[in-house]
Design a protein. Structure first.
Length: 206
């Protein structure tokens, strides 16, 4: 009788061991997925599309996230990360506007810049910004890469810099952009899913 009870226990033990292995496997899968999720959350993310003057800027550059991040330091440019200048030729709280937006990214002493400037704002009133909408044709857009090579807009090449909020009273300019910049010889860079939400006359480093 005792011998039969001993043999009867083995299937029960096997079942218990199997269940523990099953539980352990589920736990390992759960924590692996959680670690992967945390790793993905640590990757750069574009800022949300807002219209509140949060001083955010970002885009995809040839598919990679590009965000301004130039830090403050001794004897450094206090506007290195982000500079927004708004020129109002007539009076405060009125249109038109001349706009200059400059943002800088710096990683391991490698610096890149994006700049959007209203064309000839002192001599060409037609290039001023008068209202929300696509102001791409009113801008000169430049990108300077880590080697100091400058990419820029070309006449006849369409693009979008769509102003979704232009508020002179609260001094907010927000929008999104998609365009391609070129250098002589035909090389190009694609800027996509871009967005910005800025206050007038920002001077910021990170």
């Amino acid at each position: 009788m005792k011998r039969k009870n001993i043999f009867f226990i083995f299937p029960i033990l096997n079942r218990i061991i199997f269940q523990w292995f099953l539980i352990a496997g589920v736990v390992v899968i759960f924590f692996s997925a959680d670690a992967c999720k945390k790793s993905n959350n640590n990757s750069p993310q574009l800022p949300p599309n807002t219209q509140e003057g949060k001083n955010t800027f970002g885009c995809n550059l040839n598919g990679d996230v590009w965000l301004p991040n130039a830090s403050c330091g001794y004897f450094s440019n206090p506007c290195a990360g982000m500079s927004v200048s708004v020129f109002r030729p007539f009076a405060a709280d009125t249109f038109p506007l001349g706009i200059t937006i400059t943002v800088q990214k710096k990683i391991s002493n490698v610096t890149t810049y994006i700049q959007m400037v209203t064309k000839n704002i002192l001599t060409n009133s037609a290039a001023y910004v008068y209202s929300p909408g696509n102001i791409y044709d009113s801008l000169r857009i430049n990108y300077t890469n880590q080697n100091g090579i400058q990419y820029h807009t070309l006449d006849g090449k369409p693009g979008i810099v769509n102003i979704t909020r232009l508020d002179v009273k609260n001094e907010i300019i927000s929008g999104n952009f998609n365009f391609t910049l070129f250098i002589q010889g035909g090389d190009s860079l694609v800027f996509s899913d871009g967005r910005f939400d800025l206050k007038f006359n920002v001077c910021k480093c990170y």
